[in-house]
Ligand binder design. Structure first.
Ligand SMILES: NC(=O)c1ccc[n+]([C@@H]2O[C@H](COP(=O)([O-])OP(=O)(O)OC[C@H]3O[C@@H](n4cnc5c(N)ncnc54)[C@H](O)[C@@H]3O)[C@@H](O)[C@H]2O)c1
Length: 287
């Protein structure tokens, strides 16, 4: 989709981080923007001062909220052209330490949020028949899993699979809708403070860090990598390039391809996975 000015963008997870940066970029491109999130104050800060951006309180875990967001884009702006399913949360800990509520929360937001978004937006875009593009925020954690982020990487593998399915299916029906899968490494956002927006319907949690010393060291390394990570404002430049040039994969951190290649090689050669490839500073020594 080359011509973006005057078109309509809907972005979830828009109250912070990469979603906020996307709203600002889309508005600066002359798009009408609908920004969805559960954090109303953050949303207000995102759209503040932007003439062509509006907010809508949206919990992506709810199918009805996704329907309402899609309907609002049509009612307020008359179309849906760029959809960025971006809301996400994260928990730490060993896979067995994560509580049922931890698993439910992460999968509800990161996986079901994408599923509901696809089910609400794609049929309306197909019905309109206009050129469009869907961006799904996955992660390098959707292509490699190194442990200690079990629910998160599970959800992101699912997000990658949905993006690939959508790409193939829209091609089968020759729809004028492109798809991109955004797979960042560390970006300096609030993702490791995701608990701040955790609804109290998910009460029981193992917390963002494991009680185990080495696992906690991994999380501390990951938090510093994220705090010192890429400026979120860089990401929309790559996303808009992908939208304009119909690129599926968006890799803001190409260094991580080494990890993806190592994982693929371990599958192809049927050798056991090596988890430290490409992430030497973030992984604690083996016991
Ligand atoms: N920051 C990184 O290093 C990194 C790396 C790879 C992928 N990602 C992914 O990028 C996406 C954006 O996250 P970010 O890094 O900007 O973090 P962030 O915490 O700054 O932003 C995430 C936003 O999602 C919102 N959110 C949480 N639950 C929601 C719900 N139920 N409904 C609607 N919105 C909800 C939060 O309120 C927040 O505004 C996420 O999907 C995340 O998994 C982040």
């Amino acid at each position: 989709m080359k011509d973006l000015a005057g078109k309509v963008a809907v972005i979830t997870g828009a109250a912070s981080g990469m979603g906020r940066a996307m709203v600002r970029k889309a508005a600066s491109e002359g798009m009408h923007v609908l920004a969805g999130d559960i954090d109303e104050a953050g949303l207000a800060e995102t759209v503040g001062g932007l003439e062509n951006a509006q907010l809508m309180l949206t919990d992506v875990t709810s199918p009805d909220a996704n329907e309402a967001l899609a309907n609002a884009a049509l009612e307020r702006f008359g179309g849906i052209h760029l959809v960025h399913l971006n809301a996400g949360v994260l928990t730490g800990g060993f896979t067995w330490e994560n509580t049922v509520d931890d698993w439910r929360w992460v999968l509800d937001v990161n996986l079901w949020g994408v599923i509901h978004g696809v089910r609400s937006f794609i049929p309306r875009m197909l019905e309109k028949g206009e050129a469009g593009h869907v961006v799904i925020t996955a992660s390098v954690g959707g292509l490699t899993s190194g442990g200690l982020l079990g629910p998160y990487t599970t959800s992101k593998y699912g997000a990658v699979a949905i993006a690939e399915s959508l790409h193939r299916e829209l091609d089968i029906i020759e729809a004028p809708i492109g798809v991109s899968c955004l797979c960042p490494g560390p970006v300096a956002t609030g993702i490791f403070r995701a608990e701040r927006n955790r609804p109290d319907t998910y009460d029981d949690t193992c917390g963002p860090m494991s009680a185990d010393a080495e696992a906690a060291a991994f999380h501390r390394a990951l938090i510093s990598a994220i705090d010192e990570g890429t400026d979120p404002a860089v990401i929309p430049e790559l996303v808009f390039d992908a939208v304009r040039n119909d690129k599926f994969w968006i890799f803001p951190h190409p260094d991580f391809k080494e990890r993806i290649a190592a994982r693929t090689e371990s599958i192809m050669s049927e050798t056991n996975p090596e988890y430290t490839v490409g992430l030497p500073d973030a992984i604690p020594p083996s016991r």
